[in-house]
Ligand binder design. Sequence first.
Ligand SMILES: [Zn+2]
Ligand SMILES: [Zn+2]
Length: 430
Amino acid sequence: MSRLCIWIIISTVFTCHATWTAASEQLSLFTRELLDSAREPEFFEWLKRIRRRIHENPELAFEEYETSQLVRSELESLGIEYTWPMAKTGIVGSVGSGAQPWFGLRADMDALPIQELVEWEHKSKRDGKMHACGHDVHTTMLLGAAKLLKQRSRQLKGTVKLVFQPAEESYGGAYYMLKEGALDNFQGIFGLHVSPEMPTGTIGSRPGPMLAASARFVAVISGQGGHAAIPHATRDPVLAASFAILALQQIVSRETDPLEARVLSIGFIEASQAESVIPETVRFGGTFRSLTTEGLLYLQQRIREIIEMQAAVHRCSATVDFLEEKLRPYPATANNEKMYEHAKWVGASMLGEQNVYLIPMSMGAEDFSFYSQKMPAAFFMIGTKNKTLEPVKPLHSPYLVFDEDVLPIGAALHAAVAISYLDKHVVETQ
Ligand SMILES: [Zn+2]
Ligand SMILES: [Zn+2]
């Protein structure tokens, strides 16, 4: 190799490094400026007011009418145009030039059928309903981002789409948003989920698979009922169901690579109400999960085969319903590597590298996965743990409490990821 070549390589590396460092420093200034704006007392108070109103008035999947109304009126007062209704209560706001690229930011709006047991001023006013998964926080953070973006809309090199979706909990609102074309022509999407286990001021994610694909089933085994003292005159569905349930456990223990994560759990069994009666039917059901969508399909196929076969062995018949119309199975959530790196870079510049965690995969599921199947997507957890709020309760707990200091961080992070994505896109396509 000639000395000239070596010089070219060294100077290119040095120039690239210098450019990269300058870009990082610039990004850091810009992301911190966004965070400072969102933390200004007036801005922060506005965020808290919105979050508390949503928290006090939780609505279940596909019933988020008032939450949707609140989001729309806030968008209107910010002067942001939106499309509505999408998937019943969903909204897509639009900030920027209107031109491509279109980059999506996503929040979910639904609550859970849980009775809140936290005694505080802004406790849920609706019996049996609670924002126990932090979707009130998500919706507020995205409105915060909307405000930050609107204040800077002239600088946007494209369009940021604000996706407020219904029904993340079990009902696959994301699937219906896609089906109605709400996310057509998006170039990418970013989403945040609160994490009560991670400290406020931290975020975490991982490239590739992150959350499980998840589905449910209900099986009915039919036999011939009768007196428990005359079993030979019956065809016992209890015995058939028992064999089937045991056999189902072997899909994970005998048919799955031990290094691959899969789960199959039976959650309920219903048979007769009396000790002396062999029932006509037994109903049972459960959930199954895998870190790959292929793994989920394999489990589904084997669940049906095993239940039908075990029923037949015991002279019974079986039907297996995967509830796909009502409770659509969720695919695995997998982060696009480039999008993950981008969000990680932006997050590190705002919060410091030490506050961006590489988190392990989890068997939890999220309907953000439908978006991640369709476009480059990144999903990050954002910490809400504050020492003064101990002991920490997990998501879906009736005692769950969030540190509201997360609100400006989430708002600024959303905005920063979107603005810098559009900036980078322009550079890459030049
Ligand atoms: Zn949840
Ligand atoms: Zn959630």
